[in-house]
Design a protein around this ligand. Structure first.
Ligand SMILES: Cc1cc2nc3c(=O)[nH]c(=O)nc-3n(C[C@H](O)[C@H](O)[C@H](O)COP(=O)(O)OP(=O)(O)OC[C@H]3O[C@@H](n4cnc5c(N)ncnc54)[C@H](O)[C@@H]3O)c2cc1C
Length: 482
């Protein structure tokens, strides 16, 4: 079987490409080296749908950011992932910062962003009473928002798979050869996939994938961003995303009201050598706390529940590199997808689809397509009446496993049945284990449910695939009462 298109990497770029291509009469396969989709950079970011004012429109990333931002509403309604257009405020704390804010505002206007508003001290505080009252002024971008990034990737992939795309996880591309009219792709375990076109959406490893397929030589430089998550009871949760004035390499340290009601502070922006270095440090936490407390009141270190780091895949040009390869035939490069890659992703999918068409891929729209994913029930969002009805169908709906986030057994079962069989996969699909106790009370129960539903023995279950096993020795025979 020769596929029409093989996409390497199931982060937002690969998933959005699969989502776009699944509308056409094509045989498409999505190949991912991790145990689940979205486990690369796409799971470890700030979750912001940016407003389109940070970069000049001469850059590809700005053009795709602006288009991507506008596509989120419709996608959210069709696919059902959490998304809020909560708006962005850029806050200035001196006259010097105010002049930079004016430049950003003018750039946004030049980029065609609508409804931007320059704000006085009074207007900023009226919009966001939690801002430090020393704010001099700033600007307001109502079009910015937040999205739950992992749910977003899961939804794109679910849509693509429902509409005929094949997905192979634990499939690590090591070599690609062009055989004159199609590609022969080889995985680390010897698996072979053949396809007429290849899309390299391998994030931090796009340089290695390009090299292993005879494509361009370029280097991805990882730029680390540490993020710190605060409990949903934090008094420092604003109702808009709060930005400082940006620096040369980053948009600065932000206060983010996540789409699920928690508060996130970060990220840092530090170049690192190791593409697997996701360590966070107390020194950086202190630096972030100092910076965000100077912008927003009520942020306490006591509200901190966890931390993580993501690595931005950065090219020397600082722009996205999305183009047909000049060296490898029928090969599209999707590299350097640093921020605002999440925002731009729906437009990246569309752009890659058009590039493939330009390279000769025939696109014929399918007659029948499932445009919407069925809405998901979530115990924490149901009315008592609905929950009663759900309980009558299946008592697992009122059996709460994760007490912090109020996640029922039925939701965990649904995640496993949809193929999420690692602890992180279940966590990202349901939020079980994401609350104050970070899985302290529910992890054993979750393991038991995953094992029961998937048939994988408890001892073989992993946090995120590979060697990340959780239970060892006699603990592997743990008796857990649900
Ligand atoms: C700290 C931080 C904060 C950010 N905040 C924002 C934000 O608020 N808003 C925004 O718009 N953007 C943000 N970004 C940027 C955004 O997260 C990225 O641009 C986006 O996630 C990149 O997605 P991707 O699909 O290109 O890469 P990835 O998500 O990394 O996906 C690539 C996939 O390819 C797989 N892969 C790699 N090599 C192989 C191989 N050989 N074979 C098979 N599979 C392979 C990987 O396992 C991975 O799953 C942020 C980034 C960071 C690090």
């Amino acid at each position: 079987m020769i596929y029409d298109v093989a996409i390497i990497g199931a982060g937002v770029s690969g998933a959005a490409t699969a989502w776009q291509l699944s509308r056409y009469e094509l045989k498409t396969i999505l190949l991912e080296k991790a145990a689940d989709v979205g486990f690369g950079v796409s799971k470890a970011n700030s979750g912001i749908v940016h407003g389109g004012f940070h970069h000049p429109v001469s850059s590809l990333k700005a053009r795709l950011e602006i288009r991507g931002n506008l596509m989120f509403e419709k996608l959210h309604h069709e696919l059902g992932f959490p998304f809020k257009r909560c708006g962005i405020l850029v806050a200035a704390f001196s006259e010097e910062e105010m002049s930079q804010v004016r430049k950003l505002y003018n750039q946004g206007i030049a980029n065609g962003v609508t409804n931007l508003e320059m704000c006085s001290h009074e207007r900023m505080l009226a919009l966001e009473p939690k801002l430090n009252s020393e704010v001099v002024g700033g600007f307001y971008c109502p079009g910015g928002g937040t999205v739950e990034p992992y749910r977003y990737v899961f939804s794109l992939v679910e849509f693509a798979v429902r509409n005929g795309t094949e997905l192979l996880c634990n499939w690590h591309l090591t070599k690609g050869e062009y055989l004159g009219d199609h590609w022969r792709l080889t995985a680390a375990d010897g698996g072979i996939v053949e396809a007429r076109y290849v899309v390299n959406a391998a994030g931090l490893f796009a340089d290695e994938v390009s090299r292993s397929c005879g494509g361009e030589e370029f280097r991805i430089h990882p730029r680390k961003g540490e993020e710190y998550l605060l409990d949903r009871s934090s008094k420092g949760c604003p109702s808009h995303v709060i930005f400082p004035v940006p620096t040369k390499h980053s948009k600065g340290v932000l206060v983010i009201p996540t789409s699920e009601g928690t508060t996130m502070i970060g990220p840092t922006a530090d170049p690192v050598d190791d593409k697997l270095d996701t360590e966070t440090t107390s020194a950086h936490l202190r630096r972030i706390l100092d910076q965000v407390r100077s912008m927003v009141n009520g942020i306490s270190h006591r509200d901190l529940i966890t931390s993580f780091a993501g690595l931005r895949p950065v090219l020397d040009t600082e722009d996205f590199y999305i183009a047909p390869s000049q060296k490898a035939p029928a090969f599209i490069q999707v590299a350097g997808i640093q921020s605002p890659g999440l925002t731009a992703s729906p437009a990246i999918g569309e752009y890659v689809k058009d590039l493939l068409k330009g390279e000769g891929l025939r696109l014929m729209e399918k007659l029948h397509i499932e445009y919407e994913l069925s809405p998901r029930h979530e115990a924490r969002h149901e009315t008592i009446e609905n929950l009663d009805k759900l309980h009558d169908e299946d008592p697992a709906w009122t059996h709460i496993i994760c007490r912090c986030e109020k996640i029922s057994e039925a939701e965990i079962v649904e995640a496993v049945r949809k193929g999420h069989t690692t602890v992180d996969g279940v966590k990202f699909y349901t939020r079980a284990g994401m609350g104050r106790c970070q899985g302290g009370f529910c992890s054993a129960k979750i393991l038991k449910i995953i094992s029961r539903e998937s048939g994988i023995p408890m001892q073989e279950l992993t946090k995120r695939g590979g060697s990340s096993r959780i239970l060892y020795g006699t603990l592997g025979d743990l008796e857990v009462r649900l």
